[in-house]
Write a new protein. Structure first.
Length: 355
């Protein structure tokens, strides 16, 4: 499948948004990248991760405390992914490239190839959001049907009941299966990856081995195979569910669009920025605790329009974007509470499973 093309419009919605956002940062005298609050949060999360790792591996707590610690570690891994790795990979964590590279590199240490993530997320997902056959983020067959163009299997009739179990597998499947599948096939879904350099090949295998040493070999040596297996599964399943549900609430809910390119020309109907708004939803944007934990990914519209702006600025720029959407007649989809977004997601899964 060839990549869809977005129409180029001289006086576009996107150009107007960029102008207004640029004026905001100029007037406020702020950098669009991270600030002290973000760096402090990153330090707290990384310190928490290291403390939990040392507690679980070197101090061998009782079974109940160990499982609780592994569950908490799964949450902390997700939070590092949302708040540190994600901003770093987009170049928005800091104005310094080496700091962004260091923040992004947490993906490698946590088992997920940074190279594959940037290709899948930064390039494909952020360009072709919710386009069937291109956006790999809405591809979860055969377990789940996430858009109407995908084939429906009998099992999908019950997907709104078992989705949580499928989502829990994401992290483990990601680090042990899909990264290698992408590496050896040289593709992410229908899109071919660019040829990797020798340095990227070495980096891929170095960090996969480092992750196996840190998360598999050392813990098994210190606590034994079965305690490690139970602990790793507890951590991995929790991390998988948290990572999955946050991204799914942004793109697979009832009111978002799943547009397709014109069959003859391959062109999309909307310009890129309008496409991003129509295929994305926000949730719980007034909940500061949620925003802190998920790295501003509840402001998913703002993130998709301006991925190189750090999430610490999303609450303010959302006011500008919301106003522009009203003026241009572009739907701005937002769920005021997390539970409303979850309910919409479950309802959407139910609808796709039945028709």
């Amino acid at each position: 499948m060839s990549s869809p093309k977005f129409p180029k419009i001289p006086l576009s919605f996107h150009a107007e948004l960029k102008k207004r956002i640029s004026e905001y940062f100029t007037q406020k005298g702020k950098s669009p990248t991270g600030n002290f609050k973000l760096y402090l949060k990153a330090a707290l999360l990384v310190t928490g991760f290291l403390g939990l790792y040392a507690f679980l591996v070197f101090f061998t707590p009782s079974a109940a405390w160990a499982i609780l610690g592994c569950v908490l570690m799964g949450c902390v891994i997700s939070a590092i992914g949302f708040n540190v790795m994600h901003d770093g990979a987009h170049g928005s964590f800091s104005s310094y490239k080496w700091i962004n590279a260091m923040a992004s590199n947490f993906a490698n240490f946590l088992g997920a190839s940074q190279h594959m993530w940037k290709s899948k997320h930064n390039v494909i997902h952020h360009t072709y959001t919710n386009i069937h056959g291109v956006d790999d983020d809405i591809e979860a067959r055969p377990l789940l049907r996430l858009c109407g163009e995908q084939p429906r299997y009998m099992i999908h009739r019950y997907q709104h009941f078992y989705f949580w179990a499928a989502y829990s597998l994401l992290y483990i499947y990601w680090i042990f299966v899909t990264d290698y599948k992408k590496y050896f096939t040289g593709r992410i879904g229908s899109i071919a990856l660019r040829k990797m350099t020798l340095k990227e090949h070495i980096s891929f295998w170095f960090y996969k081995l480092a992750h196996a040493f840190i998360f598999v070999a050392i813990p098994i040596y210190m606590v034994g195979f079965m305690p490690w297996l139970i602990g790793f599964l507890s951590m991995g399943l929790v991390a998988g569910f948290v990572l999955s549900i946050v991204f799914q609430l942004a793109h697979t809910v009832e009111h978002v669009h799943f547009p397709l390119p014109d069959g003859a020309t391959g062109k999309m109907e909307d310009e890129w920025a309008i496409h991003q708004v129509k295929t994305t939803a926000n949730f719980a944007t007034r909940n500061k605790i949620v925003s802190w934990l998920v790295g501003g990914l509840n402001f998913q519209i703002e993130h998709h329009l301006f991925p190189k702006i750090s999430h610490v600025h999303y609450p303010e720029i959302s006011k500008i974007i919301r106003k522009a959407c009203t003026e241009f007649g572009v739907p701005y989809i937002e769920y005021p509470k997390v539970r409303f977004a979850v309910a919409s997601h479950v309802s959407y899964l139910r609808q796709l499973g039945r028709k």
